[in-house]
Design a protein around this ligand. Structure first.
Ligand code: GLN
Length: 544
């Protein structure tokens, strides 16, 4: 049999969702990278949406954007942050995208008149994509996370792909089951049965796990581990206990305490090349040794889901704040503030307790008045303010209304008939929107910008040229740029053709930090290289 030039690791979930498959995948990628291998990580989402672009953040969490413009699941952000590399659209697929290519190929006679059945053609397309991702990323090991939980109907065809690969390349594939061991109450024992059932569900798809990552809220004792191993037909050392941790960045180090990388490499018939986790350890040390707080309020609207509050929609922003805070040896205290609450009287003064305020990206009308009032309050009370995408557009609207005195100035996203459309849709998108063609009508992915000398932005980046990731339909309307400039708003980052405003700020004399970006700097913030604008923002917050 032909020797494979790359290896495959699959991460699947058992028992329930939300037990940290994404972090497990990222951490496995990290520890294998530390052993000297080139790794890449892939996410497979079982839904029919072709990408994550059209989904509401309260449904799905954050839509993460890759450099090439792919709109994908937030797990992709974790992969990039842990392994510190840029991933591509080859690293992401959904049921919808897989079917779409198979159907298009069939329409183009790509199957040469054959009968195209779901099995094997859908799993074959999946495998081709994994191999393509390995090639594009020049990876030795491809780590693939399968969305959903085993036993569901939705991800069966992806499990079929694993089965097919395992039969063809038994020495090149390892399967990790991330499962959960519940504890009903503290006087009870931790239960292994649900995980045993998950293993059985996986078995019925033709797959035996190589490793079971046993997640739990409490430590798992040896007796329970051995029992789980026995009933799941794996070796004792292949049950890796993974109890809750203080920080997700601890996870790779915990995996290494039981030499998970060594174990996986052995299963894949690879010999470790090195071992180097120094930088990571240093970073983790900073997390645990930072005690003095820095308080940041994030004013958004995608927090509520039923009776619960989730911060998932802003995960990259939150992580970016954390990196910058740890870098400054501060403990980040982040509070979610619901924009609509600030529409009530007397609420704004609650903002006083924060060292800094962020208004992140968003869409639509809800909560806009609250956000505008927050921005005005931060400007007038000199609270460091950082706006991201919609945050910049609203910063411009607020400035136009209250400083330029353009009454009811607005973005046309909220009021298409405003007399002062200071934020307006880009011309080339207008036609598509008129036809309700929303999929892929945004400015997406990496674009370059030039920075203006001696501005906060330019000093923070310490360079004159940047490239950052975008996801938006609207822009600062060129007609108002001169007027805004005349009243002190500086556009310190501008597209190379000078048409698009990328960063807006007020000078230090006017405000310690009142700056916003049309792009999303949070998408490129990494634990080992915090983003310069977040770093500068936090620095000013601390001074306050
Ligand atoms: N709704 C705004 C736009 O489409 C901002 C988008 C965002 O914040 N990502 O331009």
């Amino acid at each position: 049999m032909k020797k494979q030039d790359h290896k495959y690791i699959f991460v699947v979930g058992g028992v329930m969702s939300g037990v940290g498959k994404g972090v497990a995948t990222s951490s496995i990628a990290k520890i294998l990278q530390s052993r000297g291998f080139k790794v890449t990580a892939i996410k497979i989402d079982p839904y029919v949406n072709v990408d994550a672009g059209t989904m509401n953040p309260t449904e799905h969490g954050e839509v993460f954007v890759l450099g090439d413009g792919m709109e994908c699941d937030q797990d992709m952000g974790n992969y990039e942050r842990f392994i510190g590399t840029n991933l591509t659209k080859a690293n992401y697929m959904t049921t919808g995208s897989v079917y779409l290519s198979v159907i298009n190929r069939e329409r183009n006679l790509g199957y040469k008149g054959k009968f195209v059945s779901v099995v094997p053609y859908i799993p074959m397309e999946v495998i081709n994509r994994l191999d393509n991702a390995a090639k594009v990323n020049k990876a030795d090991i491809v780590i693939t996370e399968i969305g959903g939980t085993v036993g569901e109907y939705e991800n069966l065809l992806f499990l079929e792909a694993i089965k097919m690969l395992k039969i063809k390349h038994p020495k090149d594939v390892a399967v990790v089951l991330v499962s959960f061991l519940p504890l009903l109450d503290k006087d009870n024992e931790i239960k292994t049965k649900p995980t045993q059932h998950a293993v059985r569900a996986l078995n019925s798809a033709g797959i035996q796990p190589d490793i079971i990552l046993a997640r739990a809220n409490v430590p798992i004792d040896k007796k329970r581990r051995d029992k789980l191993a026995f009933h799941s037909s794996v070796r004792k050392e292949d049950v890796v206990p993974a109890q809750n941790v203080e920080s997700i960045y601890d996870v790779p180090l915990n995996f290494e305490k039981v030499d998970l990388s060594g174990n996986l490499l052995e299963k894949l018939n690879l010999r470790p090349r090195q071992k180097d986790m120094r930088n990571w350890k240093q970073f983790v040390r900073k997390i645990h040794s930072s005690v003095k707080p820095v308080r940041i309020g994030i004013v958004g609207k995608y927090f509520g889901t039923g009776e619960y509050t989730l911060s998932d929609a802003y995960i990259s922003v939150i992580e970016a704040v954390k990196y910058a805070a740890y870098y400054a040896k501060r403990k980040p205290i982040i509070e979610w503030l619901n924009a609509e609450d600030f529409e009530k009287p007397n609420k704004l003064k609650d903002l006083k307790k924060f060292d800094g305020i962020i208004v992140p990206g968003g869409f639509g009308k809800r909560g806009i008045k609250g956000k505008l009032d927050v921005i005005k309050y931060a400007r007038e009370n000199k609270i460091p303010f950082f706006g991201l995408c919609y945050g910049m557009q609203l910063m411009v609207v607020e400035y136009a209304r209250n400083v330029l005195k353009l009454k009811d100035a607005n973005t046309t996203e909220i009021n298409p008939n405003t007399k002062y459309p200071v934020i307006d849709v880009m011309h080339e998108q207008k036609e598509k929107l008129a036809k309700n063609n929303y999929g892929g009508t945004m400015r997406l992915g990496i674009y370059p910008a030039n920075l203006k000398k001696d501005t906060i932005a330019q000093r923070a980046y310490d360079t004159n040229k940047i490239s950052e990731r975008h996801r938006h339909r609207y822009e600062v309307n060129p007609k108002y740029i001169e007027k805004l400039n005349a009243k002190g708003m500086i556009f310190s980052g501008v597209s190379p053709d000078k048409r698009l405003m990328e960063i807006a700020e007020l000078s230090k004399e006017k405000h310690p930090f009142f700056l916003a970006t049309q792009f999303h700097p949070e998408f490129q913030a990494r634990p080992l290289s915090p983003h310069p604008l977040f770093t500068e923002f936090i620095k000013t917050c601390i001074k306050k």
